[in-house]
Design a binder for this molecule. Structure first.
Ligand code: PAF
Length: 283
């Protein structure tokens, strides 16, 4: 695996490759887990050259969030990427991404206001900005994003469409641990008792899918049931429970066709998010 750490080298390499080969890209913030590796495998399946990036993007963290504490292990990440036959790791330092005088930001209006955007002000501007920059550096034909971060995926799809970016976004289903906890680098913060409580998130997904399958469509009632289940253990603090339109992310009154159930909770010091589709023949 070749490691590139400057924008110039990344762009020159991408220019040379792009004529003859399809470039598949997986942007990450490192501390890789099976969820990331599944995205790399998907990129490899769809492209000739696979590029992964590792960059813990400071501008998507709020002032009280876990930037300094964010887990990092480059050696382990490199081994895992090599095992997956990743061709290039792009690992730029901060100054390459945001050199002195940097002042341009990408805002996907509206979509950033819902769900996580309500408490993580500015987070999605940070995400859209770094992803746009990474696309300009890696020049991929396809880029794979996990559905676990549903709002992030929706915002990136919108940005690509609105800014006519020449890249196809491939959504990839959430990879779950045994018991259903969605894989996340932040799971490492959970104690074993907290991990047990976190299983309630998946239980709420299954319960709502079941209710919708048996004919329940009332969003209020469904959200109440999710809250009841999540609160059935002490120490699961609900940040939001939402049932929204899959494209606009606006809350819906009823699950007529398809809707997204999205949830954010805090367990101890750890913030966890998850989501799943309701309706539309989801089993
Ligand atoms: O999902 C992530 O890990 C990050 O938000 C991303 C897309 C790599 C941008 O920093």
């Amino acid at each position: 695996m070749r490691v590139i750490d400057t924008v110039k080298e990344m762009q020159e390499t991408a220019d040379k490759l792009r004529g003859e080969k399809r470039i598949g890209f997986v942007p990450t913030m490192g501390f890789l887990h099976e969820g990331h590796l599944a995205l790399v495998r998907k990129a490899r399946e769809l492209a000739d050259v696979t590029v992964a990036s590792i960059f813990v993007n400071p501008i998507q963290f709020g002032p009280t969030e876990d930037l300094a504490k964010y887990p990092r292990d480059l050696d382990r990440d490199m081994k895992l990427l090599e095992q997956e036959k990743t061709d290039i790791l792009f690992y730029p330092p901060y100054d390459e991404m945001y050199p002195k005088g940097y002042t341009t930001y990408v805002q996907v209006r509206g979509l950033e206001d819902y769900l996580c955007g309500q408490t993580r002000k500015g987070h999605f501007v940070g995400v859209a900005t770094v992803v746009a920059k990474l696309f300009n550096m890696v020049k991929p034909h396809i880029a794979v994003f996990g559905q676990k971060d549903y709002q992030q995926l929706t915002i990136i799809e919108r940005m690509v469409k609105d800014l006519n970016m020449d890249v196809r976004i491939i959504p990839y289903p959430t990879v779950r641990e045994e018991g259903g906890l969605a894989m996340s680098s932040r799971n490492t913060y959970l104690s074993s008792a907290e991990r047990q409580k976190a299983l309630l998130i998946y239980a709420s997904i299954k319960r709502l899918q079941e209710l919708v399958k048996t004919g329940e469509t009332d969003s209020l009632l469904l959200k109440e049931e999710a809250r009841r289940l999540l609160a059935s253990e002490n120490g699961v603090n609900i940040e939001y429970v939402s049932i929204s339109d899959p494209e606009t992310l606006e809350e819906v009154d009823s699950v007529k066709d398809r809707a997204v159930y999205a949830v954010a909770v805090r367990i101890g010091k750890t913030r966890l998010i998850d989501n799943a589709m309701l309706g539309g023949g989801v089993t």
